[in-house]
Write a protein that binds this ligand. Structure first.
Ligand code: ZN
Ligand code: ZN
Length: 86
């Protein structure tokens, strides 16, 4: 996970910034492409297929199948922040 750092791609949460040392290096790794859909010849592309998400965003993403995308999560968060009714 060195490529990403440890910040949520959807809400920019850093556990280390929020919790200090006990949160260091903590992040969920979300597979954009569900593992069940990855064929045998599929070449994993960590930059494209894995995104770091905090537990909250990861939880919300998986409310739907297929999961909400990072872009959808970001849009939802931005709309909430703007006070737009859901
Ligand atoms: Zn998040
Ligand atoms: Zn996931």
């Amino acid at each position: 996970m060195k490529h990403f750092g440890h910040k949520c791609e959807a809400c920019d949460l850093s556990y280390e910034e929020r919790y200090g040392p006990i949160g260091a290096d903590l992040i969920h790794v979300h597979h954009v492409m569900p593992l069940s859909q990855i064929g045998e010849r599929y070449q994993a592309d960590p930059i494209r297929d894995l995104v770091p998400l905090c537990a909250n965003c990861h939880h919300v993403a998986h409310r739907r199948n297929p999961p909400y995308t990072v872009a959808e999560l970001r849009t939802a968060l931005a709309e909430q922040a703007d006070g737009v009714p859901a």
